[in-house]
Ligand binder design. Sequence first.
Ligand code: NDP
Length: 595
Amino acid sequence: MNTKAIAGQGVDIEALRERYAHERARRIRPDGAGQYSGLAGELAEYAKDPYQPVLARAPKRDTVDMLIIGGGIGGLATAIALRKAGVRSIRIMDQAGDFGGTWYWNRYPGIRCDIESHVYMPLLEDVGTFPGWRYASGDEIRQHLVALARKYDLYDEALLHTQAIGATWTGAAWSITTDRGDVFDATYVVVSAGGVNAPKLPRIPGIGEFAGRMFHTSRWDYEFTGGDHSGGLHGLTDKSVAVVGTGATGVQVIPALAEYAKELFVFQRTPALVAPRDNRRTDKGWVKDDAPGWQRRRMENFLQITSGAKPEIDLIDDEWTRKAAFLNKQNTGTWEGDLSDPDAELAEEIADAVAMEAIRARVDDIVEDPATAEALKPWFRYFCKRPTFSDLYLPAFNRPNVTLVDTAEHGGVSRITNSGLVVGEKEYPVDLIVFATGFEVGSSSLMTGALNVVGRDGRSFLEAWANGPRTLHGYTTAGFPNLFHMSVIHTANNINFSHMLQIHAEHISNVILSAREAGAAGVEPTSAMQDAWQREIEKTARNLHDFHLACTPGYFNAEGQPTAAAITYGPGPIVLRDVLARWRQECLPDALFFV
Ligand code: NDP
């Protein structure tokens, strides 16, 4: 690839690299991930459940076969697979007041799934749900998950509004303790809670001083705003409102607030990459192939396209599948060829530049005020941050009641006073502050120690992982029998995380069922199995360190300070699924133990 070819595409790649580096440099903060705080201590009040009251109940003292921590998609999929195989004693536990996981907590106005519902919503054919929209509302997804829990009879044994705080291996089972005073035994424990469930707030000086109303998007106060997820926020028609954050959540919530607030100030630090959405109503005819098994086939098609395979047909044909080449470069390191070839690397960078230029041109096309349009343009590479999709977000800035406040030069909002937000020296008085500032992504209670797990020989889980994760396939750890963990660590990843959770659930439930069939007391990987998987991860993990190091900060790159640790299984989910099936056939007997 020579400079002539580059010029032929109209891309000055050197100038673009400089611009991206400049934007990164002005955004980077020395405090990295430390700029955020979880909702604990004096912020604990902001973590409270605004949707359902916590009801008094007597502590449980009993024994169950399966304890599944997390009532979201991963927990439900595991429970349902076990239930279908005839397991009766299944307890799901969740801090939330109902099933739904992230869709329980996130009910902000405008909430929609950004993956096509027909491949995202699990087990549609089990309950006969057919999504009413191509990208369903959060409420539709939550109702579907509740319907699954009902159909598979998961409410009776469930412990909701309950957090497990201790799990100790007794030699035959796990003894579980909770924050509601429960003490019970479970033969198997599956932890599927930690995707995007812990909200975070920026440590903005003065945040505790604000005298108006303030909440995180995952704890929406509809009593204050009026309305529901679909709109009708009439409580805001005489209010000045601030939103902090313009990520995937901000992009969805801002148009909804703009419609009702007297005035809306959008505090932006890094502009989002906003691609077209093209949402529409769907009925059964829309998917064309609706013969039994249609959802599985559609999910597979999406998984293949977004994991580097090239099926003949793209059934989904949306912005994710059209940009799959960028995803594949991230996940599998391929770009129509060998990326160790510098020409291929440059070709990919140019394609990225062309795609980002189209995103920036779209801002100019839609946003009328030139200064606002300029400030809304993202200057980073595709997949430096999660792309967002909206046909409503950019037009919202043409409304007279909406003001974009660019905080980039100041590293974010400078201060909060008792009456508003300050950027530099300018104060913006408001009645309500909505924090669309995201989540502690991917850290489950097992990994933070909020669930204190003590395995064989009194060894704690945190000790076992003191020098980094130690797992077989990401799910199990030697010394912790019958304990399974779903996360993004030591496993493959896919943008349809719901499908990944279903792949995890299928494997875990198969392993547990095989152990029961064999009459085993349980299953635990040997150290040798674990070491072999560690080597496999190190051998195959994509090295994205350099890419992330050049990216504008965010949770994808540990706020601009990425580590080079090998975390992900490089060949991707389709190969992983085969690896897991072969392991179950050939190696599982060696992991069983008998009393
Ligand atoms: P993000 O972490 O993506 O975004 C947080 C936003 O807050 C960023 O714009 C960030 O700016 C901004 N911010 C943080 N601190 C400050 C500050 N001090 N001053 C000003 N701005 C600040 O969180 P989201 O909730 O938007 O998304 C999290 C994840 O949740 C998504 O990536 C996605 O995985 C999931 N999600 C999925 C959806 C779906 O439809 N499937 C919908 C919504 C969310 P900066 O970029 O500069 O850090």
